[in-house]
Design a protein. Structure first.
Length: 549
């Protein structure tokens, strides 16, 4: 009996001991498209779809439609087969596989957005039937909830389903009725089938995931936020008001069903049950073995209980019920849509992002020149308030992005003739300005990052964040380590992003800039943020804080 029990313990130990090595096999460049592609191609296979989601959204906002299509097509191909013979999916159905180790496909609201973006791209290409198929697939993803209380309740998806159906010559009234009945925010208007310019609008920052519960098994969401409450588009004497139709925080918090949720619940219960059973087995076995004589029946039973208790504890330790908090973290908070009738040819469009009082936000208001395609084919304009830090000369901080079907036009801060443009067929991207290059301005002004150790990158964090002290040291391996205490000055919870640029003795970056990390700070709370340089060249640094994006 003793030998048998020992053998069982050894067998379980051998089966449960495994180590894995992690590490990036690709080099970060700072460009979100290049880095996203590298992460999807060379990073862990389980995260491939996650990076494709994120990179596709960035590509949409840059006007890189072909990149967005390729990324979304690959992600949706994986999504379509995830319920089949995928090895990581099968592994995650077991008790001993961590949720974060499974192939990422996202929560229902994330899967919906993949189909939504792909539908927009099909509309850009004039393929309304495929666009409709994507919107309907999104509705199916949304209905994948456990209790069905909020199944398939995206007002915009139903609205676009009906609009494409009507444009294809069939009856879309049923979908329109569903959209208007489901609307919890703005109510979508009746269809104007003569409208030939479609405005797909998004704004705000979407929800964030976190885990709670004894074992971190409960997946929860922090609400998204948006300073923008609606958008007003003025063109050719018309005003198109784009009110939010769908709220992704609502969609995230009212979803709960995916194919493995019940397995997650079983893991948490299983771990608690086996842990208690293990404690009882060890205590009971020790008591029986200790109070009886050697070689007695009770002794044999006690040794058996002790071994069973150890085995149960090992099984309990091996289960991994923690929720998967990987997230498509550059989604918007609100989705909207508008349509207008415009004659073919050049038009001037004024886009105003409105605050809670209905007043235009001056830093986001833009006037751009567009060209409306032949009325026989819809012109699709994608409007986003998302800021993008890019290496492209056409992208500036806080600049609105307007993406047009057949044009790929990126918004600038006014209407002007351009002297350079990259052109291919009917699509072009404005990249230049009249008269060639400009001389740099304010070279020696506003250069706080060249001297300060801690800087705030926008007015929002200037009001909300401070840094009372910073500790720095050089580790034994020559790398610099920096710890900054970041404090919330406000009497409300905030979300910011922090990174650190390490520099050499001359003040130039050492090419190991730490990526921005998201930091949640409760009311008046302080938290330490740690950065370590990747090499031994760092002699100074600048910690930068910005509002979350």
């Amino acid at each position: 009996m003793k030998t048998l029990a020992s053998s069982c313990v050894v067998g379980v130990l051998l089966a449960g001991c495994a180590t894995t090595q992690t590490g990036e096999s690709w080099q970060r460049t700072g460009d979100p498209i290049l880095d996203g592609r590298a992460a999807s191609e060379h990073g862990p296979k389980r995260d491939r779809v996650l990076w494709e989601y994120r990179t596709a959204a960035t590509a949409m906002r840059r006007g890189q439609f072909s990149d967005a299509k390729q990324l979304l097509d690959d992600a949706l191909l994986t999504l379509g087969g995830i319920y089949g013979p995928d090895k990581e999916a099968r592994k995650a159905r077991g008790y001993f596989a961590s949720e974060s180790k499974k192939t990422f496909i996202g929560e229902p609201y994330e899967r919906v957005m993949a189909y939504y973006y792909r539908g927009i791209l099909y509309w850009i290409d004039g393929e309304l039937d495929n666009a409709r198929a994507c919107f309907r697939s999104g509705e199916i993803m949304d209905s994948d909830s456990e209790n069905k209380t909020y199944s398939s309740d995206y007002a915009l998806l139903d609205y676009l389903d009906g609009l494409t159906t009507a444009k294809l010559g069939s009856d879309g009234s049923g979908a329109l009725e569903r959209a208007q009945a489901e609307a919890r925010m703005a109510k979508p208007p009746e269809y104007d089938l003569q409208a030939n310019v479609m405005f797909f609008v998004e704004f705000g920052n979407g929800p964030a995931k976190y885990a709670t519960g004894q074992y971190g098994e409960e997946l929860r969401f922090r609400p998204g936020y948006s300073a923008v409450h609606s958008i007003q588009i003025k063109v050719d004497g018309q005003t198109v008001r784009a009110e939010p139709y769908d709220d992704l925080t609502f969609q995230a918090t009212t979803r709960g069903g995916r194919v493995m949720d019940h397995i997650l619940a079983n893991k948490a219960v299983f771990k608690t049950a086996t842990d208690i059973a293990g404690n009882v087995g060890i205590i009971g076995g020790a008591m029986l073995a200790g109070h009886q004589g050697h070689h007695s029946a009770a002794d044999e039973v006690g040794i058996g209980l002790l071994a069973a208790g150890v085995i149960s504890k090992i099984f309990s330790a091996a289960t991994t019920p923690a929720a998967d908090t990987r997230a498509w973290d550059n989604l918007p908070q609100f989705l909207s849509f508008g349509a207008a009738r415009l004659p073919a040819g050049p038009q001037t469009v004024a886009v105003e992002f409105l605050d809670a009082n209905g007043s235009p936000m001056a830093n986001l208001t833009r006037t751009v020149a567009i060209t409306v395609a032949d009325p026989a084919r819809d012109t699709v304009i994608f409007v986003s308030d998302k800021n993008q830090e890019t290496v492209s000369a056409i992208m500036k901080r806080n600049e609105l992005v307007l993406l047009l079907a057949g044009l790929g036009l990126l918004g600038t801060t006014g209407c002007m003739e351009v002297s350079e443009k990259a052109q291919s067929g009917t699509r072009y991207v404005i990249t230049g300005h009249p008269g060639g290059a400009y001389q740099p301005r304010n070279v020696n002004k506003y250069d706080l990052e060249n001297s300060a150790r801690f800087v705030l990158l926008d007015k929002g964090v200037e009001r909300s964040v401070t840094c009372p002290n910073i500790e720095e040291r050089i580790n034994d391996d020559g790398r610099m380590e920096v710890i900054a205490n970041v404090r919330n000055r406000l009497n409300r919870r905030i979300e910011v992003q922090v990174n650190c640029v390490f520099k050499d003795e001359k003040g130039f970056p050492t090419n190991d800039e730490a990526p921005f990390k998201t930091l949640f700070l409760d009311e008046n709370a302080q938290e330490g943020v740690r950065f370590i340089s990747m090499n031994n060249q760092a002699r100074t640094y600048t910690i930068r804080v910005r509002e979350a994006r």
